[in-house]
Ligand binder design. Structure first.
Ligand code: AGP
Length: 608
């Protein structure tokens, strides 16, 4: 989704803004722009397409100046064309960048048109520029104008504003969309994501809902939603600047797949004490809250939803606690019955997904407590939940979630154990699972070692238009995740089914042009799955089966068995995910798609 960068400094800021935009490219966008105050006027440059198009334009028309704002736009209102790209201006004095959606923009626009304002774009953002201009013209300060205008805006937004007559000042506001202040020495910055500012600072201040801020080179002042001046904590970015680089890999996605042994280890390592999970890592109130839990409601989107589906098998199967899972965009818009003692678990890599956040906000006063499983410290979901468990995956840049998913699973397993010990999980079983977890990094490494074999296998997919993924039990959500990965980065239609559903419809699709990928468990479902595989084979479908060597599955004509290491059953969904990630990666590379920034998608879906 859209990205914001802003800077006020002694030095020229165009290079900082451009590098910031490059670092936000992973979020998904379709145009880019920049406005810089040059000491006398605000100059603006915008381009449809990639940030590189803006960079090329800047080569021939450099923007010089010590304060400015820049933006990558992911089109919502109006096509991805130059005149809709941000920054938007009111006259030549005031420039605005905006993330989010202004829901009441049509009414506001009509009012402004009636007042004589001319619109040059189809965006909702342009109303903000004109509203600010109109307020300033009444004689109030720009700060007062920002505070008053945000009060008119319905919907979600993060804003950056500069004005020709307020040299060196950078205004910011947030409600519903993330915005972070980068704290420098004699220079300060704003961005929608810390990663944009890592080359210039590692100190960050997270704005809270409803905050406005005024940044100059030397000062940062923040007001809360009631207009009170407030101090917001400054924290250091802990992963190091290089964590956000490709580190010699061709794509971020591949790097992130390869990081999974270390990332999953970081997700459990410091959380184990004397062979059991230390529940204090969930927060001070954790024990008190967990003691009162009667059921679990999990809410998430996309890949994070798949993690939730696996957690349901664990919560009910291991812990013996009722657990419901639903995609946030459905849950938030239907009447729901929330039973007493519900722990509401939101799962989100980014912590900013609009639907997940809205679902949490909607139920806050009806639930026992909320817990967020998240990868981004300081994100909205983390701040608004009673408890949180960070997944510790480090920055994930590829739009396709990989290490975020496997670390979410580790975090959810730890959650199952601490809740389960209050239900049907014995201490002996908990120790056994914690013990099994120690093998996880090495098992993932062994799956990654299958990379060359999977690369070869990917050739059977590159020319195909459809594919089927099958799994049973905890491996059914893994099949769903494999199908999602394949469709999002290779654009091949992929559907996932619980293998038992095959003959209830999808079997009609199976022929030689429909490769079928199966993740075969070692559990009591194996015999049933083998029968399903026969059904596919008999219809000429080409089968690719990931299975452990004790599963007694042999390659044959049209059946390719890829040998997985022996894996403790509890870890199967985590480890079996890895080869499916590699498969979609190699298919996408063969097809020449944009692996890290697939078309139409954004890393963090901060609007509905
Ligand atoms: C999957 O590869 C996608 N990136 C997407 O489905 C993602 O999981 C979803 O948008 C939810 O994002 P979140 O985890 O940041 O909330």
């Amino acid at each position: 989704m859209c990205g914001i960068v802003g800077a006020t400094a002694e030095r020229s800021v165009a290079g900082i803004l451009l590098e910031g935009l490059r670092r936000l490219e992973y979020r998904g966008y379709d145009s880019a722009g920049m406005a810089v105050w040059d000491g006398a006027a605000i100059n603006r440059l915008r381009r449809a397409g990639k940030v590189q198009a803006l960079a090329d334009a800047l080569d021939s028309q450099p923007l010089e100046g010590s304060s400015g704002i820049a933006h990558t736009r992911w089109a919502t209102h109006g096509k991805p064309l130059e005149h809709n790209a941000h920054p938007h201006m009111s006259g030549d004095k005031l420039a605005v960048v905006h993330n989010g959606i202004i829901e009441n923009f049509e009414a506001l626009k009509q009012e402004l048109v009636d007042d004589g304002y001319l619109f040059t774009s189809e965006t909702d953002t342009e109303v903000i520029a004109h509203l600010l201009d109109r307020s300033v013209k009444t004689g109030i300060s720009l700060l007062e104008a920002v505070n008053s205008v945000v009060g008119f805006l319905e919907g979600a937004f993060a804003l950056g504003v500069i004005h020709q007559e307020r040299p060196g000042e950078l205004y910011a506001a947030r409600k519903g969309s993330p915005l972070v202040i980068g704290v420098g020495i004699g220079e300060n910055f704003i961005a929608s994501d810390q990663l944009a500012l890592l080359p210039v600072t590692d100190r960050f201040m997270f704005l809270e809902e409803g905050d406005t801020a005024l940044l100059t080179q030397e000062n940062i002042q923040v007001w809360d939603r009631t207009g009170e001046i407030v101090e917001r904590k400054v924290s250091r970015y802990e992963h190091g600047v290089s964590a956000a680089d490709k580190g010699g890999f061709k794509h971020y996605m591949l790097k992130e797949i390869y990081e999974q042994p270390a990332a999953t280890q970081a997700a459990f390592h410091d959380r184990i004490q004397d062979g059991l999970v230390n529940e204090n890592v969930f927060g001070e109130q954790a024990a008190k809250i967990f003691d009162q839990v009667k059921q679990i409601q999990i809410i998430a989107c996309g890949t994070s939803y798949h993690a939730g589906m696996i957690a349901k098998y664990w919560m009910e199967g291991l812990a013996g606690i009722p657990c419901h899972v639903e995609v946030a965009s459905e849950y938030r818009y239907r009447p729901v019955v929330i039973q007493q003692g519900t722990l509401f678990i939101s799962i989100s890599q980014s912590g900013e997904t609009a639907d997940t956040l809205a679902a949490l906000r909607d139920v806050q006063d009806q639930i026992l407590a909320s817990l967020t499983i998240c990868n981004v410290p300081g994100s909205s979901l983390v701040r608004e939940s009673d408890l949180h468990l960070m997944t510790n995956a480090g920055p994930e840049i590829g739009v396709a979630s990989t290490k975020a998913f496997t670390t979410q699973l580790v975090a959810l397993l730890l959650t199952t154990l601490v809740i389960g010990r209050r239900f049907s999980l014995t201490q002996e079983k908990e120790r056994e699972i914690v013990n099994a977890l120690q093998q996880l990094p090495s098992l993932i490494e062994q799956s990654i070692a299958m990379d060359a074999e999977i690369e070869e296998m990917s050739q059977a997919f590159a020319e195909k238009h459809h594919s089927l993924f099958l799994g049973r039990g905890t491996l059914y959500p893994v099949a769903m995740e494999g199908a999602l990965k394949l469709k999002e980065i290779s654009y091949i239609h992929a559907e996932a089914y619980p293998a038992g559903e095959l003959k209830h419809g999808p079997l009609a699709l199976v022929d030689k042009d429909m490769p079928v990928v199966t993740v075969a468990p070692r559990n009591d479902m194996l015999d049933k799955l083998k029968a399903n595989l026969q059904e596919v084979s008999a219809r000429g479908g080409e089968l690719f089966v990931f299975a452990g060597c004790t599963q007694n599955l042999q390659s044959a004509e049209g059946v390719h068995v890829l040998g997985m290491p022996e894996i403790p059953e509890i870890l199967e969904p985590i480890v079996y995910t890895v080869p499916l990630q590699l498969l979609s990666y190699h298919v996408a590379v063969l097809k020449g798609t944009d692996v890290d920034q697939p078309r139409n998608l954004a890393k963090s879906v901060t609007v509905e």
